[in-house]
Write a protein that binds this ligand. Sequence first.
Ligand code: ADP
Ligand code: MG
Length: 238
Amino acid sequence: QLEETVYLEKLSVVGKMAAAIAHEIRNPLTTVRGLIQHMEADTEDKKLKQFSPLLLEELDRTNKIITDYLKLVKPSEMTYEKVDLNRVVNDTVELIKPIGSYHNVKIELREEDTFTVEADEQQLKQCIINLVNNGIEAIEQGKEEGVQQQEGLVSIIVDRGNEKSFAAISIVDNGRGMTEEEIEKIGLPFYTTKTKGTGLGTMITNRLVRNMGGKVQYESEFGRGTIARILLPAVKKQ
Ligand code: ADP
Ligand code: MG
């Protein structure tokens, strides 16, 4: 299948790059970080005092990018278990509400159905957080670009979705949305429209959800918003 081939190709490119650079870069980064902290603690130098937080922040950002790459090549051990999807989604929403209020975005949860799914709880949480973060960032982009003026709202909906025997977690935002061209590029390695983006969040999410036997779908309209939907096979209730 063409789609599958392209997907695997995308992975191997990133995989090779990541494997080659990650270890080589991480160690010196850790050393530099330690040295900056050490110098900052001892010094009277105003410039060093002033700029070291910025240096540390940039180093941490670099480290995060590398960590994201590593997640792609060497995903942490998966433990698939039967989990109560509604509980996992509720826990995740509680986790992200503060991020929402910090960005003036309301986070709302609607549960129309209850499901048990076979999944890795931590990774499922990570996927939902990635998509909600994208929703929040799309709302900020929409305001900056003046294409969307409404109050920021991200709704998380748990229902049967549009596919039989699947559980759907839809993350609906009223942010800037995407044009058709943009939707096509989503999930490509390094594709980002953000100055501080990595262009890896959706790719990692796609991969984790696929490993759980599910898939991620997008619907979007420029100037209106986006629906990112995680579909997972529902475990039949006894
Ligand atoms: P990053 O968030 O670091 O840019 P992602 O892989 O998470 O990387 O997303 C890639 C790109 O896809 C984003 O930069 C943005 O252009 C687009 N995108 C993802 N989610 C949304 C969304 N909810 N609304 C609009 N655009 C989105
Ligand atoms: Mg992202």
